[in-house]
Design a protein around this ligand. Structure first.
Ligand code: NAP
Ligand code: MG
Length: 472
């Protein structure tokens, strides 16, 4: 099938100009068809340097603006994003494999995060007197921020970073992931009219620019979302000149189902939380610990939901999940699934790919799994959900707190006191009760242990884009 897109529509944004890349060839594959959406050229190392220098040159003027002046521009970005919703969402569906409804939701959320920052009170950025002293605290912007984004929510996760960075007075260079650069590039070309030159720059990457950008001496902060392994590389590249870092990394979130949980109430939201975006969500539920008295019933209900789910092309009506976003991730998920089966897991639903092209895997529910199996201990990041039976809640809590992952967790039950006893003992960045995942621009989000450093969003997230300066 001929793609409606032309390479010339997708250019890097550097110093207010849309420029064709002169780096490596980059075919962006539609994961539903395995055909190229379009083949472009990524930015070269020289163009990354140009982008950082453009951001650096724009910084003095941008940081000298009043917050309200910057907010006007954030509001304009939100408006332009909304005005181009359909065009952005259909491109987004083609490159990510998300059903149209999800793609529309993500573009809407992107606009929403800019909109939120256009109106948020920013008292936290104002100078404050320190009580019982002659000292005053100021919050200065840092300079050039590198925003490095993964492929699972390419636009929304960009919007976790950029509005806050800009509001605090920084300028940015955005690097999308190699499998999902297109929507970000198109969006950049659209919002460019609202931007002073160099305030936002975007460079397309075919897989070699991350280290170059994160080691660049003029980048003052790296705001990174991606895997724990890459987060460690970034921390090392940041070390030489002590760049500031915020790292949002992998998760292996447990949902704990207590003995008195009401399965009529919880099955649907639990299913949604496990399979949201096909399981390719940092804080999707990635393992379910259920009290043994409810295990069989829960497995039956989740499996029935999985079996009833329509998967298929993002453009088809009624489709709930599209394909896994890329071939490499498809292979990771299938490898973990096959390993689980070898270890004795029972495939209660799904477990296979429908015939034809595309990186599809039916939503899969596994029983007969245990701690120590790779599917339970590692981050599967795909549509496979292991269900583990327990009889002693203290063992579950010990397991969760000793995992290298510590992004989120949820506790599901009826008796509030019993729920709180568990919630109070869990050591993760977020804990939800009878729900899992909802994030909001005013609530900080971050991980414990190897799931991250620092947080994004909320006042906390905004302050991470600043340097504290004390004058006395
Ligand atoms: P990834 O492989 O770590 O890649 C993320 C981004 O980092 C890509 O743009 C990648 O580009 C770039 N990168 C790779 N090596 C780099 C280096 N040495 N220096 C600088 N940048 C580098 O992650 P992914 O597979 O795209 O995303 C899935 C992971 O993200 C999962 O583990 C998921 O849990 C995590 N995630 C976390 C959150 C959160 O908020 N905590 C949210 C969403 C996703 P290249 O591919 O070109 O190297
Ligand atoms: Mg897991």
């Amino acid at each position: 099938m001929n793609s409606p897109y032309k390479a010339s529509e997708f250019q890097n944004l550097i110093h207010g100009e849309c420029v064709l890349g002169n780096g490596a060839e980059l075919s962006v594959i539609n994961p539903a068809t395995e055909e190229a959406v379009v083949t472009i050229f990524s930015a070269s190392a020289q163009q990354v340097d140009n982008a950082v220098l453009a951001a650096k040159a724009a910084f003095p003027t941008w940081s000298a603006l009043k917050q309200n002046e910057r907010k006007v521009i954030l509001a304009q970005i939100a408006e332009i994003t909304k005005a181009n919703m359909n065009e952005l969402a259909s491109l987004h569906a083609s490159e990510t494999g998300k059903p149209m409804a999800d793609a529309m939701f993500e573009i809407g959320a992107t606009a929403g995060f800019f909109e939120f920052h256009a109106h948020v009170p920013t008292d936290a950025l104002d100078p404050t007197d320190i009580p019982n002293s002659d000292a005053k605290a100021y919050r200065l912007p840092l300079g050039v921020v590198a925003a490095i984004v993964p492929w699972n929510f390419p636009m929304a996760l960009m919007a976790f970073k950029v509005p806050g960075a800009l509001l605090a007075g920084n300028t940015v260079v955005i690097k999308p992931a190699p499998t999902t650069p297109l929507t970000t590039l198109l969006w950049a070309s659209l919002i460019n009219e609202a931007l002073p030159k160099g305030v936002i720059n975007v460079v397309a990457d075919s897989g070699d620019l991350g280290p170059i950008l994160s080691a660049h001496k003029d980048v003052r902060k790296i705001s990174f979302t991606g895997s724990t392994a890459t987060g460690k590389h970034i921390m090392k590249s940041a070390a030489d000149d002590l760049k500031r870092i915020t790292l949002e990394l992998g998760g292996n979130d447990p949902a704990i189902i207590l003995e008195d949980a009401d399965l009529d109430e919880i099955t649907t939201p639990l299913f949604e939380a496990g399979f949201m975006n096909n399981g390719q969500t940092c804080s999707a539920v990635k393992r379910v610990y259920v009290h043994q008295s409810k295990h069989d019933d829960l497995v039956k209900r989740l499996s029935a939901m999985a079996d009833a789910t329509k998967i298929g092309s993002p453009l088809e009506d009624g489709v709930k999940f599209g394909p896994i976003q890329n071939k490499r991730q498809f292979e990771v998920v299938t490898e973990l699934l096959n390993d689980a089966v070898k270890q004795g897991a029972v495939v209660e639903a799904g477990g296979y790919s429908p015939k034809g092209s595309g990186y599809y895997l039916r939503p899969t529910v596994l029983s007969g799994v245990k701690d120590g199996d790779r599917i339970v201990d590692e981050e599967q990041f795909g549509p496979v959900l292991p269900i583990i039976s327990y009889n002693n809640i203290n063992d579950v809590i010990t397991t969760i707190n000793s995992s290298p992952f510590g992004l989120g967790a949820s506790v599901w039950g009826t008796n509030k006191d019993d729920i709180n006893v568990v919630v109070n003992q869990i050591e993760t960045g977020s804990v939800w009760i009878n729900k899992h995942f909802p994030v909001a621009p005013n609530i900080p989000f971050g991980g414990a242990r190897q799931s991250g450093v620092g947080s994004e969003l909320g006042t906390q997230g905004l302050l991470e884009f600043t340097q504290l300066k004390i004058v006395s």
